[in-house]
Design a protein around this ligand. Structure first.
Ligand code: FAD
Ligand code: UDP
Length: 385
């Protein structure tokens, strides 16, 4: 390996920052560029100047993981405060606890079930004729039955994804557990928390290395790859190829910001399950920092819609149509040399932050290994399909 070889990293989100840091520590000169005017990608946090509240600018981000190495990694760059996500949802004029748990079930059916009774009752609601659920709707009908599905999932999912739940894969719902006890922690991971000074401060610390330079407000085009030994690209896969075969489908989000004096909703995230309410959820940011005290409050009403060419791509849709196009782009990417596609946009996959960091660490390590052995670095560590 020739020390001080130059590496280009496109995107200063978690993927790009972690790869940059790992390679800079091994003696590479790393240049990180990002089209935005800040680092941290979609995890970006910023203190609101009027209220002092730490705002999750691109929507709520809660760190949760079972990966001990990743947990140690993030704690090396920022103090994490304990934080559990306890989400509520409004359905039919009542507030319920999410994910569906014994409290939700008893409140919804007006019962006093113990765990075994609730499990047996919900099984009577379930559509047991569905043996292998393929779609979101089948998964819901099989495991919670029509009433709970209609109350908590059907409307929200239509709003979030812009299509009937029968068109979506079962995997989306599998992210949410159904619990027959009163545990209302949204996530089941062993390690959960919130960075004390926000995610952007954490990413700033990751990028703070003498061999890393960061250029913001700099959009990548392929001519910029010249002079670099390798490019790690965390922008949109189709964008790398100038959308030549068409655009991969994404959902984008609009945030309607409003302020309030005091406590607007009493929790960080309130979902709105009914289709008649046009937004999916309201986030009240100060509740993400319960160790801070702020009289003023900043809230986001969140609306989901199809992503246009000038919008920020948030959620990859990955329906049948996208998968065919994705195969085309993946084949083009495989033909590139000295470029590796990483992260949420580069591999067109839904990735939580901990998985993003895990994959970035693995990517940097593989690159170091391939450099040491003279092997070729692949276009993808994790193929999009
Ligand atoms: P990104 O954060 O998207 O970073 C990519 C960067 O590349 C961006 O800064 C972008 O500006 C830049 N870029 C793109 N194209 C170009 C170009 N052509 N030239 C230059 N720069 C470019 N995960 C959790 O673990 N917990 C949560 O609670 C959670 N909540 C989420 C809520 C929402 C609404 C969303 C959308 C995601 C959430 N996630 C959550 C996932 C989390 O945001 C991702 O895991 C993480 O942001 C992925 O990092 P990344 O670096 O791969 O991508
Ligand atoms: N979901 C729902 N009702 C809710 C919350 C979630 O129907 O109140 C569905 C929705 O389709 C969502 C999926 O479950 O996309 C996964 O939920 P999660 O909270 O993981 O959504 P994300 O973090 O992707 O926004």
């Amino acid at each position: 390996m020739r020390a001080k070889d130059r590496i280009l990293v496109v995107g200063a989100g978690l993927s790009g920052a972690v790869i940059a840091r790992e390679l800079a520590q091994e003696g590479f000169q790393v240049e990180v560029i990002d089209a935005r005017d800040h680092v941290a990608g979609n995890c970006h946090t910023q203190r609101d100047p009027d209220t002092g509240v730490m705002v999750h600018v691109y929507g709520p981000h809660i760190f949760h993981t079972d990966d001990m190495e990743v947990w140690d990694y993030v704690n090396g760059f920022q103090t994490f405060r304990p934080y559990k996500n306890r989400v509520k949802t409004v359905s039919g004029g009542q507030v319920y606890s999410l994910p569906i748990n014994l409290h939700t079930i008893n409140q919804f059916f007006g019962t006093c079930f113990r765990p075994d009774e609730a499990r047996a009752f919900v099984e009577t609601q379930a559509d047991t004729s569905i043996t292998e659920p393929r779609t979101f709707e089948e998964q819901a009908l099989r495991f919670v039955g029509r009433d709970l599905y209609a109350a908590f999932f059907e409307g929200y999912t239509r709003k979030q994804w812009g299509c009937p739940p029968a068109d979506l894969p079962a995997a989306i719902l599998k992210r949410l557990p159904v619990r027959f006890n009163y545990e209302d922690d949204y996530f089941s991971h062993a390690h959960q928390g919130m960075p004390e000074d926000g995610y952007t401060a954490m990413v700033d610390n990751i990028l703070d290395h003498p061999d890393i330079t960061v250029k913001l407000k700099t959009r990548f085009d392929r001519t910029q790859s010249d002079g670099f030994a390798h490019v790690f690209y965390s922008g949109p896969l189709d964008g790398y190829f100038d959308y030549g075969h068409g655009r991969l489908g994404y959902r984008t989000l609009d945030f309607e910001r409003f302020t309030y004096q005091g406590d607007y909703q009493g929790c960080a995230v309130m979902n709105y399950a009914d289709l008649a309410v046009p937004y999916t959820r309201i986030t009240e940011h100060k509740h993400f920092s319960p160790w801070e005290a702020h009289e003023g409050s900043v809230c986001y009403r969140e609306f989901s819609r199809a992503c246009g060419p000038d919008d920020i791509p948030y959620y990859p849709i990955r329906l049948v149509e996208e998968k065919a196009l994705l195969a085309d782009y993946a084949a083009l990417a495989e033909r590139e040399t000295d470029v590796t596609f990483v992260g949420r946009l580069g591999t067109y996959r839904y990735l939580d932050m901990d998985v993003t960091i895990r994959e970035a660490l693995d990517t940097a390590r593989l690159y170091l290994e391939r450099r040491a052995t003279g092997g070729v670095m692949p276009a993808f560590l994790h193929a999009p399909l």
